[in-house]
Design a binder for this molecule. Structure first.
Ligand code: SF4
Length: 355
């Protein structure tokens, strides 16, 4: 016990602490001893090394687990300019190793119940499930295809838990009729223009409504930003609802930076019930760009690709992330942003393809 403060002495910051059984703690200790020096492991408990060319992605200060964000450059990470973007390193090595197809898989957010614990226990369990002999002979096989199958039979269930089931496939929407006018026009192959309207910095809505009226006749939809530069303004959903009431079609932007998985699902259901049909999922500018005092620099809980995956499943499968059925699922046209000039085109192409 600390001398002046009740509580545990060496709990790492941010990690939930629970006392694991001795065997699990021992395994976690060994895993840390091995993976710490080799990979700089931070014991996220949800290991992705096999998919990230054996470079730990948890070095990313934004906490992104699905590729580089739009702000980073080849030279450095834009949140911490003293270091390179770890995702560049991952993509670069993946290409050199011929493992770039692994980068297309939509990887899950952290299961925070496992943070700080070992991943090896899950791997051992999976090896037992597949059959130790089968795994050993498969991995020793001279046939690379056979080796890949066995490898995946062990590691895929570990990295893709039942509650997530991410993959690298294209999932067309489960509906045929367009959900919004913007979707209809895009599907018809029209050249479509949308315009951004910055939400007000006050509770006064006069200027916002006059801006909506001003551009409404000229655009297919109006985007409402979600606290750009990590600086608070009126919420994107409130502006979107006002646009609906004014007879305009809104695109509600959502920055992953400010959302938890619970908050995201709740907000989208509410906005959709109020008539918002178009949702644009973004990682969001880092708190690095915000005025002082700065908040957390990461995207808190989920990145933009994970947001898209969660919303797609809500819409097409009628399921919350936790698996509960949604009796009346949201009807939403889900959008993503592309940053074609953000990084090397071959890297960016993978990320946009994944979205
Ligand atoms: S992905 Fe997680 S478990 Fe794997 S090396 Fe990085 S911090 Fe450790």
């Amino acid at each position: 016990m600390p001398i002046f403060t009740p509580g545990r002495r060496w709990q790492p910051p941010f990690y939930p602490f629970k006392k694991e059984p001795f065997g699990a703690r021992l395994l976690a200790g060994i895993e840390k001893m091995v993976k710490g020096p080799l990979f700089g492991c931070r014991m996220c408990g949800n290991c992705l090394l096999q998919e990230t060319a054996f470079i730990c992605p948890m070095e990313c200060p934004k906490g992104i687990r699905n590729g580089p964000c739009g702000g980073s450059t080849e030279e450095h990470c834009y949140v911490d300019e003293t270091r390179p973007c770890i995702w560049y390193k991952i993509y670069d090595r993946a290409f050199k190793m011929g493992r770039e197809e692994y980068l297309l898989e939509v990887l899950p957010p952290l299961d925070w119940n496992k943070v700080g614990t070992e991943t090896w226990g899950d791997v051992i369990q999976q090896v037992r499930k597949v059959g130790t002999k089968k795994v050993v002979t498969g991995l020793l096989s001279k046939d690379p295809a056979q080796r890949a199958i066995v490898w995946d039979s062990v590691f895929k269930p570990v990295r893709q838990p039942d509650w997530w089931q991410g993959d690298a496939e294209y999932h067309p929407p489960m509906y045929t009729e367009p959900i919004s006018e913007l979707e209809r026009r895009l599907k018809a192959g029209e050249f479509v223009v949308t315009s951004e309207v910055a939400p007000p910095m006050t509770v006064s809505t006069g200027k916002l409504l006059s801006n909506i009226e001003l551009i409404k006749p000229y655009v297919a939809a109006i985007n409402f930003t979600d606290s750009p530069s990590a600086t608070p303004r009126m919420s994107s959903w409130a502006c979107s609802v006002m646009a609906v009431q004014a007879g305009a079609e809104p695109v509600m932007q959502i920055a992953a930076r400010d959302r938890t998985r619970v908050g995201l699902q709740a907000e989208v259901l509410g906005a959709n019930a109020l008539g918002v049909r178009n949702i644009l999922c973004l990682s969001g500018d880092s708190m690095r760009m915000a005025p002082d005092p700065r908040g957390r620099m990461d995207v808190v809980d989920i990145d933009s690709i994970q947001m898209i995956w969660i919303l797609r499943r809500m819409r097409d499968e009628g399921k919350y992330l936790d698996g509960r059925a949604i009796k009346f699922p949201p009807k939403i046209f889900i959008g993503a942003a592309a940053s074609p000039y953000a990084s090397e085109p071959r890297f960016q192409a993978i990320r946009e393809h994944k979205k």
